[in-house]
Design a protein around this ligand. Structure first.
Ligand code: 1GP
Length: 248
């Protein structure tokens, strides 16, 4: 079974999923495995691995192996560069930043990475990636023309375009560490306009924000910064449970 099939099956059986985002540049592979173990215990369904800077073939490979051995969770690359790839990954989000103004992030990095990924034999999951204000670092690096927080019409049009282009997933991103996440009314409008799974991330750090994203229609809720900053396992559990809509 492919990773995408596994995700689809999990969404069908369990509803909204929680994915833990781990940056391999931020800690040793052993420490990353420890975070992933705590997230498995908290109820996370999968791990996205990636970061904006500092990801290398070496730290990506060693961290992927350590997380897989510690948890058995699917480890999926959320790439910030086409230069760090590994055959140890379970899958790669083969993504296009749909609202970048730089062709490299729309379809340049992908062309560079495609032959390498084919040779490595890693599963690729086509995904449309759309930046919403404020966009944070990824919006800057990706030269995004971010969707305004009240421009629901444009958000919906991007989501529809992703679906019509054959993307398996669409990810609306407020940016890591965003002061406020993607607005629930935007999530609700997107969800009612497409049938591919909707991922929401950026600025989700509380059970309330996680629940709001799920209730508005997110199929997958991603948290990254929270995992790096929170040493209280009960809070991690509360956020994951709220994202998934299950009792803690
Ligand atoms: C970033 O959407 C993810 O790409 C996660 O954002 O770090 O704010 O949780 P946070």
């Amino acid at each position: 079974m492919t990773v995408m099939d596994r995700l689809r099956e999990m969404m069908k059986e369990e509803g909204t999923l929680h994915v833990a985002l781990i940056d391999p540049d931020k800690q040793t592979p052993e420490e990353a495995a420890d975070i992933a173990r705590r997230m498995l215990d908290a109820g996370s369904n999968a791990v996205f691995i990636g970061g904006s800077t500092g990801v290398t073939n070496e730290n990506l490979t060693s961290t992927t192996i350590a997380i897989k051995e510690a948890t058995g969770l699917p480890v999926i690359l959320f790439p910030g560069t086409p230069n760090a790839l590994s055959k140890e990954l379970d899958a790669v989000l083969f993504m296009s930043m749909m609202n970048s103004t730089d062709v490299n992030w729309i379809m340049g990095a992908q062309v560079y990475a495609a032959p390498i990924l084919r040779q490595l034999g890693v599963e690729t999951i086509p995904m449309g990636y759309v930046i919403v204000e404020p966009g944070m670092k990824v919006g800057e690096v990706g030269k995004a023309d971010p969707i305004k927080r009240d421009d629901i019409k444009r958000a919906v049009a991007y989501a529809m375009a992703c679906e019509m282009m054959g993307m398996s997933l669409v990810y609306f991103e407020a940016g890591s560490g965003a002061p406020t996440p993607v607005p629930p009314e935007m999530i609700r409008a997107i969800k009612s306009s497409i049938s591919i799974p909707l991922i929401i991330g950026g600025g989700i750090r509380t059970p309330e924000a996680a629940a709001a994203a799920r209730e508005a229609g997110a199929d997958i809720v991603v948290t990254g910064t929270l995992l790096e900053q929170c040493h209280d396992d009960s809070k991690l559990k509360a956020v994951v449970a709220a994202a998934r809509g299950v009792p803690q």
